[in-house]
Design a protein around this ligand. Structure first.
Ligand code: UDP
Length: 417
């Protein structure tokens, strides 16, 4: 966890943004807030909670972060939920539901006293969603925060999950395409990055060079990088295909950097496919990084001419904002939350196929002026839309509106403000 205080963010987000947060938090001082998710490391949710908790505490809220535990079979079931919510054909059997419910019941035994006493509970994603049913004496407001692209879920799986989330007081989605008909207020809140974290802070060129050299990435030709868990939705094989096409005309290096998340059991299989596809290509660097390699990822992003996030489904894609903040244009899959961040010719390019990605890579690499201009625009775009101050402000506003019973409206999407 970080030890920074809100004051540290004045330089980057402005004094007004920080004083707004303090004003909003005035009447929430002492409120007991609990966030629950399914992993402390790996993936965007953990990345966000890592900064959100200390800053909520700094604002005077009594905030804590709990993680549900589970056996491998549980995470296999919840990965099925995840895949099905993102539209992948998946079957949910009764025995899978049993594993899901039993595992959550065990967690509820441990967490019930904290959750039932809390004033606000934020349950992240499907893994712990059933905890609300398992806390019958709850007294606070409960919010289901869905981080994934739930625009076209597998109906049967959503029907089950819907029966578990409909009793929440509110839900949050990252963009309006993801919202589902639910009998409570829905808020649209896009994720954000911490500009001062190890992942996003400024680095000097020497540190960047050292990291590139450590992983054997030459600096004579442009480097393209995708940072992602090894997950099919991130389409690492599509990235390799695009890169091979590019490489027929332009010399370059490709870095695929990823690690595992403890709640993602499919990573190893996908990593092996990626290694197979890149074997025989010394200019494709497949890195398996530890979960705390934040500065390394920061350096890899900064050491790249272009960052890629060629997902085929994506809730948001924090890696996109991370790259834009570092003034790197992003070639991103034309899906989900990437569309909030990548705008053709301004902050990068949206692509639908490996061929399209190769074409845009070539176009950008042949035009250093565009690279630079998009980089500058991207950073400004993040400053205005995707910094943690905006994110915290929307969470505080949501809590205040729930507390005061004002729930008949939906917040507008940040990037459209
Ligand atoms: N990340 C990381 N190590 C890795 C792969 C990813 O620290 O090996 C980070 C990445 O920098 C980003 C987050 O994990 O902050 C991934 O969030 P994103 O929204 O892009 O995708 P998710 O994994 O949540 O689907």
């Amino acid at each position: 966890m970080i030890e920074r205080t809100l004051k540290d963010y004045e330089a980057v987000a402005g004094e007004i943004a920080i004083s707004q947060l303090r004003q909003l938090a005035q009447s929430l001082k002492g409120a007991r807030v609990v966030h629950v998710n399914s992993t402390r490391v790996g993936g965007g949710v953990a990345e966000i909670l890592d900064w959100m908790l200390p800053l909520m505490q700094d604002l005077g809220l009594d905030a804590r972060w709990e993680v549900i535990e589970g056996y491998d079979t549980f995470f296999e079931v919840t990965k099925t939920f995840h895949n099905a919510m993102q539209g992948n054909p998946s079957i949910l059997t009764q025995s899978m539901i049993d594993v899901y419910e039993k595992n959550n019941e065990e967690n509820a035994e441990r967490l019930r006293p904290i959750l039932e006493e809390a004033d606000f509970v934020f349950i992240h994603d499907p893994q712990p969603a059933i905890l609300l049913d398992l806390c019958p004496n709850r007294r606070g407001k409960w919010v289901w925060r869905c981080h994934i692209d739930s625009s076209r879920p597998v109906r049967k799986v959503w029907k089950y999950l819907e029966s578990k989330v409909q009793n929440y007081d509110a839900s949050i989605f990252s963009m309006k395409d993801f919202a589902q008909p639910l009998p409570h207020a829905q808020f649209l809140i896009a994720p954000s990055i911490d500009p001062l974290s190890q992942k996003n802070c400024d680095l000097d060129q020497q540190e960047i060079d050292t990291v590139m050299a450590k992983y054997g990435i030459p600096d004579e030709v442009p480097v393209l990088t995708q940072v992602s868990r090894y997950d099919r939705f991130k389409d690492p094989l599509g990235v390799i295909e695009a890169f091979k096409t590019l490489n027929q005309t332009i010399p370059a290096e490709l870095v695929l950097a990823g690690g595992g998340a403890t709640d993602d059991p499919e990573g190893q299989m996908v990593l092996e496919e990626v290694r197979d596809a890149s074997s025989g290509y010394p200019n494709i660097h497949v890195l398996l990084l530890p979960s705390d390699a934040h500065r390394t990822i920061n350096a890899l992003q900064r050491g790249s001419a272009i960052v890629i996030q060629k997902s085929i489904q994506e809730g948001f894609g924090l890696t996109v904002t991370e790259a834009l903040w570092k003034e790197r244009p992003v070639i991103g899959g034309n899906v989900g939350g990437i569309r909030l961040q990548v705008h053709d010719y301004y902050t990068g390019f949206l692509v639908n196929t490996p061929e399209g990605a190769a074409l845009r890579m070539r176009e950008l690499l042949r035009n250093p002026y565009s690279l630079q201009r998009m980089g500058t625009t991207g950073k400004q775009f993040v400053r205005e839309n995707f910094l943690l101050t905006r994110h915290l402000r929307e969470y505080l506003t949501l809590m205040l509106s729930l507390e005061r019973g004002i729930t008949n409206y939906v917040l507008t999407e940040s990037s459209e403000n």
